[in-house]
Write a protein that binds this ligand. Structure first.
Ligand code: NOJ
Length: 577
């Protein structure tokens, strides 16, 4: 059976697109207050056009107290003054549209800010008409509300501490899977769903081209029982794991189909709809992205991002086993081969930089960053490039706790310190490897003091390596990471086999080389990439005699001449054979 999304006659535009994610706070500051903003984006649209991306996804710019850098929204229909105005946003959208770039907005509707008027009303009294718009619960049976351990369940929040906050005024608790300033909306209530759909239609009517839906598989959830006390993501504390109970709830597909019909009907295929779905299995992925089911276009899966996590999660990083990465990626490729669609990503604002994670951010930074880009972009799916990834930006390498800004990192450190099971050195190492701030240092535009990001003091430190790693230098260097990403994006636009071809993994057991083919009719591309800092020779089992080089990441890359292929440190080749 072949996937209807790979039929050129009917496939939607986004199966051939490359998306660029902007985290506005760290992209470009225009007014010298040290925080990136929308007028800053206007200064950099030509960078995006030159790179050749088709879509920009904006992390939230809505009104927000900024407890979680905008993922805590107090007004869905306005822009936060930190970032500018609705008129600025209109200008940005217009400037991007003029360059043929579509715009996708972040949609954060699992929770609001506690300062959103809906929550302000909801918490005002137990009989307020909006009380049921959030998850309010009494204390655990037999316990005194407010006393330690009286929370309705034992769950730990994604950001450390309990998921239930006690509200003195009404003597009840509200649920917040993230920070206590991010109360979870109750999607069981039809009024909540209607309010969300109305807001979404308002955005589409303003001319945006889709949504990236934050933790969308948490909208249907169970609110009990207690979670397992285990070493896991929430292990640094006396809390239970809420994940399995609150993720992929029983009404998820019903809600998404209802949303689809209420908001997207009549615009099918025109919109890019990508859901962030931690913990989704391939089976879930198929259900969520099979176009026949009218839910989403694609999802962000997390399996490949967890492969270097130790038992205590993102702050407990271990070396990647390449065989596991290959197995995971190819399972998803195969799983959505006949129905559904993959999104492809190495980075976003929640993940450390890929060159520091799976590559080498020292001697072979350029080689490993271009190799990693090649491997990702040659898979089937829609690739996402996170700001700075196209420059091979590295982790922050902060050497003091004071440099960190992210709520998840700060709360993790505070909680770990109260438990006292890790030394400060261990804690700092955890942040250096795993903190989300690694992705949030300002984009490195040039070699000037604040990397061209701001004339003021940046809200988070600029990486000193901007003197050598920056967009200006890379534009002038044809071998740079930037130009390699530009070529990768062009390749997807030009070659139907990159967009639609079937994926077959080669050498699944090889610990160092990632190799696969993409096939469409008589066309075949062979991709081989070395994940090590020394040369490797492998037998691909495919005669490459007479093969034509499509792309390589060394200035003198050449097509191999037989099945036996030698790859230099972090070398990647794509050949037509
Ligand atoms: C996922 C977002 O990507 C992350 O940045 C945020 O903290 C949580 N969802 C909560 O909205």
């Amino acid at each position: 059976m072949s996937n209807p999304l790979t039929d050129p006659a009917t496939t939607p535009w986004w199966t051939g697109a490359v998306v660029y994610q902007i985290y506005p706070r760290s992209f470009q500051d225009s007014d010298g207050n040290g925080i990136g903003d929308l007028r800053g984006v206007l200064q950099r649209v030509d960078h995006l056009a030159e790179l050749g991306v088709d879509v920009v996804w904006f992390s939230p710019v809505y009104r927000s107290p900024q407890d979680d850098n905008g993922y805590d929204i107090s007004d869905y229909q306005d822009v936060d003054p930190l970032f500018g105005t609705l008129a600025d946003l209109d200008e940005v959208v217009q400037a991007l549209h003029e360059r043929g770039i579509k715009v996708v907005m972040d949609l954060v509707v699992n929770h609001t800010s506690d300062e959103h008027p809906w929550f302000v009303e909801s918490r005002s009294s137990a009989d307020n008409p909006k009380r049921d718009w959030y998850w309010w619960r009494p204390a655990r049976a037999g316990m005194q509300a407010g006393e330690p351990g009286a929370e309705p369940t034992n769950w730990g929040s994604f950001f450390s501490g309990p998921t239930w906050a006690f509200d003195e005024a009404t003597g009840e608790y509200y649920l917040h899977l993230f920070s206590r300033k991010q109360p979870d909306l109750n999607w069981e209530n039809p009024e909540v769903r209607k309010a969300v759909y109305d807001m979404m239609r308002w955005w589409l009517d303003r001319g945006i081209d889709g949504f990236r839906m934050d933790v969308i598989n948490l909208i249907s959830k169970r609110t009990g029982p207690d979670g397992e006390l285990a070493d896991g993501l929430v292990s640094v504390g006396p809390y239970g794991d809420a994940g399995p109970i609150t993720t992929n709830g029983p009404r998820l597909h019903e809600f998404l189909q209802e949303m689809h019909h209420a908001v997207f009907d009549g615009r099918d295929g025109e919109l890019l709809l990508v859901g962030e779905t931690p913990g989704a299995t391939i089976e879930e992925g198929k259900l969520l992205t099979d176009p026949a089911r009218d839910e989403l276009g694609m999802i962000f899966t997390f399996e490949h991002m967890g492969l270097d996590h130790g038992p205590a999660g993102r702050f407990d990083i271990k070396p990647l086993d390449l065989r596991e990465l290959k197995a995971t990626m190819s399972r998803w490729q195969a799983g959505l081969q006949d129905a559904g669609w993959n999104s492809l990503y190495w980075e976003n604002h929640d993940q450390p930089r890929i060159v520091s994670r799976f590559g080498d951010d020292g001697e072979f930074r350029r080689e490993s960053a271009t190799m990693l880009g090649t491997v990702l972009h040659l898979h089937r799916g829609t690739p996402y490039v996170y700001q700075g990834e196209e420059l091979g930006m590295t982790n922050a390498h902060f050497t003091s706790f004071e440099s960190y800004r992210d709520i998840e990192s700060l709360r993790y450190v505070a909680q770990a310190r109260t438990i006292g099971h890790l030394s400060d050195d261990q804690l700092l190492k955890g942040l250096q490897d795993g903190s989300r701030d690694n992705a949030r240092t300002p984009v490195q535009w040039d070699a000037s003091p604040q990397a061209g990001f701001t004339t003021g003091t940046p809200w988070i430190a600029v990486n000193p390596n901007h003197r050598s790693i920056n967009a200006e230098a890379q534009r002038a260097d044809p071998e740079s990471v930037f130009h390699h990403y530009r070529r990768l994006i062009a390749l997807r636009h030009d070659e139907a086999v990159v967009r639609f071809g079937d994926f077959t993994l080669l050498l699944p057991e090889d610990p160092d080389v990632y190799a696969f083919t993409r096939t469409l009719g008589d066309e075949r591309l062979v991709v081989a990439a070395n994940f090590r800092g020394e040369s490797r020779t492998v037998d691909l089992g495919i005669d490459l005699h007479g093969a034509e080089l499509v792309l390589g990441n060394y200035a003198d890359s050449a097509a191999p001449e037989s099945a036996i292929v030698t790859l230099r440190p972090w070398e990647a080749v794509v050949v037509r054979a």
